[in-house]
Design a protein around this ligand. Structure first.
Ligand code: 13P
Ligand code: SF4
Length: 328
């Protein structure tokens, strides 16, 4: 992953008293760079980015920008997806160690064996995967389009769905299918405590529980609304409810509050620890200092092996084409 890059650059000292937001904006102009950030980034990073979105929107945006440099404030697979789509651009991530437990739960050699054992199956993979897993895939999905893409295949089509067992079993339930699931999961979304959510519901009976489908079935089943980051945001804006218990990474609450300042958002607590909210430790490895250094040194850069890239781009483009057709 580090490809001969010294990650010491990431932690290079930043001049004392420097206005980071201003310095980042200056470097961005000088270098014709854009900053794309996921909603799970810190508030400061979201405020500094040119574009903030969910996984699907970040991929869609990457294909449209004319900038020479893309800085992906998210995790490694998001940078890889941008690089696969834009091989001629320099794609940077503030911290190359920002991985993803879900992507890591699906090593490519094991997934390849699984796929080979079921040669008649169409392979649908969540975007939270390595480039090598995407290269073994027929169509990539994100949580925003997974249901519609699965439903675009005839019901009798045998499908392998990986790597998220929770998203996969949720889609199996809502589409009444029996896709073969890879046994992976996101440690953040699996960590929500049903008991603590039920306690919050008792305390705030008017609140709606809104949940990402990467959460466990028991949490999904007691929720008022289940959807991707983009769908949760839309729901909280359109709903007449004034209060929401939010069972997804708590970074998205920043945007929820911006869009609906009159409403109250309560982060659903994880089962472990005293903390009331649930943050992705990988996403939170990116900081304003690292973002500044990344633009300053144009490192760390994402590289994808060209053979893998040529295979991986096909299922991503297929996803983007279907999403465009469905206006997602
Ligand atoms: P979305 O951005 O597709 O909702 O995915 C959530 C997630 O866990 C990203 O890592
Ligand atoms: Fe991966 Fe989960 Fe973090 Fe998203 S929240 S980047 S799926 S570990």
């Amino acid at each position: 992953m580090l490809a001969n890059q010294s990650i010491g650059y990431m932690d290079a000292p930043v001049p004392k008293g420097l206005d980071l937001k201003e310095a980042i904006s200056r470097l961005k102009k000088e270098k014709n760079a854009v900053i794309l950030a996921h909603y799970y980034q810190t508030e400061e990073i979201q405020d500094t980015a040119d574009f903030v979105g969910d996984s699907l929107a970040l991929a869609q945006w990457a294909t449209k920008t004319k900038a020479n440099i893309l800085v992906l404030c998210g995790v490694h697979f998001m940078g890889e997806t941008a690089k696969i789509l834009c091989p001629d651009k320099k794609v940077l991530v503030p911290d190359l160690n920002a991985g993803c437990s879900l992507a890591d739960s699906c090593p490519a050699p094991e997934f390849e064996r699984f796929v080979k054992e079921h040669p008649d199956h169409t392979v649908i993979s969540y975007v939270n995967t390595s480039a090598a897993v995407k290269a073994l895939t027929d169509v990539v999905v994100t949580s925003t389009n997974a249901r519609q893409i699965v439903e675009s295949f005839p019901k009798e089509t045998p499908i392998i769905f990986g790597p998220d067992r929770n998203l996969g079993s949720y889609i199996n339930r809502v589409t009444r299918r029996d896709m073969l699931l890879w046994d992976g999961a996101c440690h953040v979304h699996e960590r929500f405590s049903l008991e603590k959510i039920l306690e919050l519901e008792e305390r705030y009976p008017d609140a709606k529980v809104v949940t990402h489908p990467e959460c466990k079935k028991e949490v999904v089943e007691i929720s008022d609304f289940v959807g991707s980051t983009a769908a949760l945001l839309k729901y909280t804006v359109q709903s007449e409810a004034r209060r929401f218990i939010v069972a997804t990474e708590s970074g998205v609450i920043y945007e929820m509050r911006k869009r609906s300042p009159e409403k109250e958002f309560i982060p659903a607590p994880p089962s472990d620890g005293a903390c009331a909210c649930n943050e992705c430790n990988f996403m939170r490895q990116n900081t304003m200092e690292k973002l500044y250094n990344c633009l300053r040194f144009e490192m760390p850069e994402i590289f994808v092996d060209e053979e893998i890239r040529k295979k991986a781009i096909k299922p991503i483009q297929r996803m983007l084409e279907i999403s465009e057709r469905l206006h997602l």
